[in-house]
Write a protein that binds this ligand. Sequence first.
Ligand code: GLC
Length: 409
Amino acid sequence: MDRQALEEGARKILLTNLRQGVADWNGREYSFVCPSLTGYPFQWFWDSCFHAIALLHLDPDQAKAELRTLMSGALPNGFIPHIIFWEMEKQPDFLSRNIVGQVDPHYSSTMQPPIIAYAVERVYQATGDEAFKNDALPVLTNYYRWLRGARDPDNDGLIAVIQPEEAGTDCSPKYDEALGLTELSNQGFIAALKKVYEAYEPMRGDDHAMLAADLFHFEDVLVNSIYAFGMRSLARLHGSGPEADEFNQQADRTTNALLEKCWDEDAGAFFDMSGVAEEPVKVVTISSLMPLVLPDLPRNKVERLVGDWVSSSDHFWTPYPLPSVPASYPKFMPGNPRGFIWRGPSWINTNWFLSLALRNHGYSELADAIVAKSHECIERSGFREYYHPYTAEGLGARDFGWSTLILDM
Ligand code: GLC
């Protein structure tokens, strides 16, 4: 598939999945791409950021509209939801198959990995649109301050998530123990999650209370890598002055905390910490590699991650890398997960992050190989939600939005 064919395929998906209108419930106009018409017909936070980046290669105005729509969902306290249900009539069907933490029926009261400032920065760089940047800056500033104020109760620079979906890697095996997961299936996962939801019920919306309850409290490496990465973008968008200093300092704190608290020298990888007691969760997953997105990650850590994990065929270097958990892990499930996701297949969004990261650290051949393999997955199987790491078989949702990130790779 050449560039043109890839662009045509991506354009078809982004246009078909485009949702536009005026919401019945708040009278606001919306214009965004939903991840998939069948499985995910609403606006998802990090998906939207990825869609905007892909759209830069096809339709920069739509990239702006995508992010403007997402930012229009910000609450006065700064919070931006992980799902916004612009078209409420589709909600009953979705909620019959999924559970969502909510205090308001129109959006989730949970977060997703905070990549938005980077997406805004990319759109601004590509379009030079000052008005777009100036409108975005207060929303982004409030949002990253909300994260710090609401999600870092121990003030160590690392923010915590209150349920797995907030980290974007829903059923990752790293959460099994914290969830008390015994039945290894999507049904088992939902059942375990329901218990957490029930206990949260009286506290929903009070993030401090939920974190203090210590029911599910993860200082997640993927989330915090993206948090630091996003704050660097926000600092650059501010240019200079007190806000730029504020977010650079916070990005330093988060990076240092990842290094001091999450790095495991024996494993040569980063581990999440679970609970108020900060117990390291010694399960290597794709998250363990995500600090590579930080340009200031010390060289010795970069070399361990790349040498021991990324490029090792025992672990992440499968025929179609990078699997969401390494092939060496006993619970690795490479194919047909039936909704039990992030336990083996390879995803284009994490390949996008890691190809970018590896290129920045000087591993251009490795980055090129990830791009070529991602391209091959799409060529063989179309724009799917995720792919079999041995065969490139397409799995999960069809015509899936963020797989169009290939255009940016
Ligand atoms: C799944 C993924 C999550 C994504 C959502 C919509 O829940 O785990 O990361 O945002 O689908 O595509």
